[in-house]
Write a protein that binds this ligand. Structure first.
Ligand SMILES: [Zn+2]
Length: 66
């Protein structure tokens, strides 16, 4: 059993995951038993894109106002 902190469950968002040897080392969520695992870095990239989008909108508003 291995704990991974860089990955989170795609269903409940828990970061408490174990790699099940009976499933060929596939990561599963301890809380809900889901095998759909997301990487945290992907979520951060999405967040950064969201912040970038807000910045573009803010700059656009500033240009329109002045
Ligand atoms: Zn889960």
């Amino acid at each position: 059993m291995q704990k991974s902190s860089s990955k989170i469950c795609g269903k409940c968002g828990s970061n408490y995951l174990i790699s099940d040897r009976s499933l060929g080392g596939k990561l599963i969520c301890v809380k809900c038993g889901s095998s759909s695992i997301k990487t945290k870095s992907f979520a951060i990239v999405r967040n950064k894109k969201f912040i970038y989008l807000i910045l573009i909108i803010l700059v656009f508003f500033i240009i329109v106002i002045f």
